[in-house]
Design a binder for this molecule. Structure first.
Ligand SMILES: Nc1ncnc2c1ncn2[C@@H]1O[C@H](COP(=O)(O)OP(=O)(O)OP(=O)(O)O)[C@@H](O)[C@H]1O
Ligand SMILES: [Mg+2]
Length: 614
């Protein structure tokens, strides 16, 4: 979005400020009330102190004029004691308020981060393809990380400024009401400067969001454990560091230029503001001189003027930070409002299907011109193992994601038992996918398997059964803490697994999911030949009564499938059993023979192929 159009109007700011209050209230209503109560008490104390000061001056001035200072020392001392008591009480209230503010901040912090995480978790997968979404997410995360403290500071400062104005204004009404507009006027230049900086800073953040994300990406590459080995093997450290540095330099340059510009503006605003204060003092002096205002009234008025002006300056500075916080809070709100997927429904049984059929299905990735899949027609039946083969980038994983309900097709239709399968949640619910790039959860082995179906109550016996089916039970039981062993080395007492062992665990997760439709995308890429052969020998029995879609580049694994579909550049170009496809001598046969030639010598190959054709 263009930074200029992303400016907020004062009305927007008010709306966001109300949201900030609501957010704080939702996080810790008692904290908001306590802090507000303490601020109110402080303001009342301030008004009392001002009135007391005026009375003291009133009492003392005539005595001093008559040369009788000390004649009524009791009045002076009791007044001073009252002032000290008020001052001390004010200080204590300030400490208490500060303490409560910290707790309130932490609670708001948690509330806001939880909002971002919940929204991110409920956002459709398609959104993650959009760089603009990542910019919004980045700004929302930034808002969540850095702004809750600002929100509280903002609320408190607003309260302080408003209450001080009320307290001092109340006192002014009895002394010199006309000082109030003057005091407000002195703060205006600073408010204006603060607003300009706020807009400029937000526009800068907007324009640098992608820059910032790239910098963070380099940080991840340079500090991540998974990345560490390749970065060292390729000696990429210095190169990536230099790229990070240049991204950072760009951010710094913008930031420094903004700070300089603003410093200049603020100095001018301060000079104007000071000139207005001097003007105010001169006016008061002239009025005292002409006898239109009493000296006591003028003195108290000037103290009030000073108090108001310092509070206003503080408020303007705060308004600046606060304005930025509000901008970020708006980002946060916009981000939260854009969540597209409703929260998961309560657990319900994943119903099996007899047939899942794609008809003339087309798919184009968001933000991409050309479709990745064209006119796909496939049928998957219960109790069948269907294989999907094709060269890299032919669209196998993309088709798997659509069948798993992760993307909606952009054309054609998907039917479950003859009815349109438009409910993506239902598709997901009834499907277990092992992705090519499955996640290695750096948690316990138990979690790694149980995450297969978190909606249901977790059954340890089923976890063990799933591990058994995936051929990983012996390994897990041999770990230092069995199923409770933390995997990966990121956390204390963690034990790392080999790539193949992680993959078996991912397969165990799919078994545990207990879904009627199973998609295995390169499930054996990291398995040794024995483990792969074991898995395939048992797959039909393990998934009996279900539907399995098997994506693999290993033709030895797909040849026993009930039907094989060959994808090429997003289209199904062949289908049939292994024997049928070999007889056709088309693309499948080519790919099969190419791979087989790598394993067998010429004679074996001839025997093998004639067997298939035979
Ligand atoms: N998220 C995405 N956004 C845009 N295009 C994508 C995305 N994911 C994949 N593609 C493109 O879609 C095409 C098919 O990718 P896909 O991952 O489905 O291939 P594949 O057949 O699974 O390949 P492989 O054998 O390498 O796993 C590729 O050209 C790829 O560049
Ligand atoms: Mg793939």
């Amino acid at each position: 979005m263009d930074p200029v159009t992303s400016k907020l109007t004062s009305r927007d700011l008010c709306r966001v400020a109300i949201r900030a209050v609501r957010m704080s209230w939702a996080a810790d209503p008692q904290g908001v009330l306590t802090v507000a109560g303490l601020q109110l008490t402080t303001a009342v104390g301030l008004a009392g102190a001002l009135l007391l000061l005026r009375d003291m001056i009133d009492d003392v001035m005539p005595l001093a004029g008559r040369g009788g200072a000390g004649a009524d020392l009791t009045t002076l001392v009791s007044g001073l004691v009252a002032l000290i008591v008020l001052g001390t009480a004010g200080g204590i209230l300030l400490t208490l308020s500060g303490m409560r503010q910290q707790i309130l901040t932490d609670r708001v912090d948690r509330h806001v981060i939880s909002l971002v995480l919940r929204t991110a978790a409920h956002t459709e997968l398609g959104e993650f393809e959009d760089p603009d979404f990542h910019d919004r997410l980045q700004r929302a995360v930034h808002a969540a990380r850095h702004k809750p403290a600002m929100v509280i500071m903002m609320l408190v400062t607003m309260m302080q400024a408003a209450l001080t104005v009320l307290a001092v204004a109340g006192v002014f009404i009895t002394i010199a009401w006309w000082l109030l507009p003057l005091a407000t006027l002195t703060a205006l230049p600073l408010f204006k400067a603060a607003k300009d900086e706020r807009d400029a800073r937000y526009a800068m953040h907007y324009s640098l969001a992608e820059n910032h994300r790239r910098r963070q990406y380099f940080e991840q590459l340079l500090t991540g454990r998974d990345e560490a080995k390749e970065i060292r093997a390729l000696n990429l450290g210095a190169t990536l560091h230099a790229r990070w540095d240049s991204e950072y330099a760009r951010e710094l340059t913008s930031m420094i230029s903004l700070i300089r510009t603003h410093a200049g503006r603020e100095i001018v605003a301060r000079l104007v503001s000071s000139a207005l204060i001097v003007g105010g003092i001169a006016t008061v002096w002239a009025l005292v001189d002409t006898g239109r205002v009493s000296l006591a009234g003028a003195s108290t008025g000037l103290v009030g003027l000073w108090l108001l002006s310092t509070r206003m300056t503080m408020a303007s500075r705060m308004l600046n930070d606060m304005g930025q916080s509000l901008y970020f809070l708006k980002d946060l709100h916009d981000f939260a409002a854009a969540a597209t997927v409703p929260p998961p429904r309560p657990a319900e049984p994943a119903l099996p299907f007899r047939t899942l059929r794609a008809r003339d299905l087309t798919f184009t990735y968001p933000g991409v011109d050309q479709p990745t899949l064209h006119g796909i027609d496939i049928s998957l039946h219960q109790d069948e193992i269907i294989a999907l083969v094709g060269t890299n980038g032919s669209g196998k994983t993309t088709l798997a994601k659509i069948l798993a309900g992760l993307y909606a097709p952009t054309g054609g239709r998907l039917d479950r038992d003859g009815r349109p399968a438009n409910d993506m949640h239902q598709l997901r619910h009834g499907c277990a996918v092992v992705f090519q790039d499955f996640i290695r959860y750096k948690l316990t082995a138990h979690d790694n398997i149980a995450f297969g179906r978190v909606e249901d109550q977790i059954h340890d016996s089923r976890i063990r059964c799933a591990a058994e089916s995936a051929g990983v039970a012996a390994l897990v039981e041999g770990l230092p803490d069995g199923y409770d062993t933390v995997l990966g080395r990121e956390f204390t007492n963690g034990t790392d697994l080999s790539g193949g062992q992680w993959q078996k665990l991912a397969i165990a997760r799919a078994f545990y999911r207990n879904a009627p439709f199973i998609i295995l995308d390169e499930p054996t890429a990291a398995l040794d030949p024995q483990a792969e052969a074991d898995l395939f020998a048992r797959i039909r029995q393990l998934f009996a009564g279900r539907t399995v879609l098997l994506i693999s580049h290993r033709f030895s694994s797909v040849r026993s499938a009930d039907r094989i579909y060959v994808l090429d550049a997003g289209r199904i170009i062949e289908q049939g059993t292994h024997a049928e496809l070999m007889r056709t001598q088309g693309r499948y046969a080519d790919l099969f023979l190419t791979q087989a030639a790598g394993y067998l010598d010429g004679n074996h190959l001839v025997d093998e192929v004639s067997g298939d054709l035979g």
